[in-house]
Write a protein of this length. Structure first.
Length: 130
């Protein structure tokens, strides 16, 4: 029998415990895309609840997102994302940085109908946890 209303969970976590278990990876790295465009990767914050990637993508030709790919080949797509000139981010489930290596892989998330020359996103992987 289908569920008519989605389930909602209210989880309370003390902020200090969450902060203590958080890991911030600073990239400060520019990634080149097609047509001479680029994205600046800022940081990745991994907590026991979620993983959030922040990057600078001022809504240029196409809407770029990143998937996380584990060394074993598991792909994790963003659950939510925002692309604005002020702040762009992708939110994922939490990942365990100690279990295996992970990579960020850019991909075209949705086609921008206002793009004149969207170009292609070249295949590339950015190591998260060396």
């Amino acid at each position: 029998m289908p569920i008519v209303h989605p389930w909602v969970f209210d989880i309370e976590v003390p902020t200090e415990k969450l902060a203590a278990a958080s890991k911030t990876i600073t990239f400060d790295q520019i990634i080149q895309l097609g047509n001479g465009e680029s994205i600046k990767l800022e940081k990745l914050i991994v907590t026991p609840i979620s993983t959030v990637l922040y990057y600078d993508w001022p809504e240029q030709a196409n809407h770029i997102a990143f998937k996380i790919v584990s060394e074993s080949g598991t792909e994790i797509l963003p659950g939510t994302s925002a692309i604005t000139p002020e702040e762009s981010y992708n939110r994922y489930p939490s990942i365990d940085l100690t279990s295996e290596k992970y990579y960020l892989v850019p991909f075209e998330h949705s086609v921008n109908p206002h793009a004149t020359e969207p170009g292609k996103v070249p295949e590339q992987s950015i190591l998260i946890n060396p």
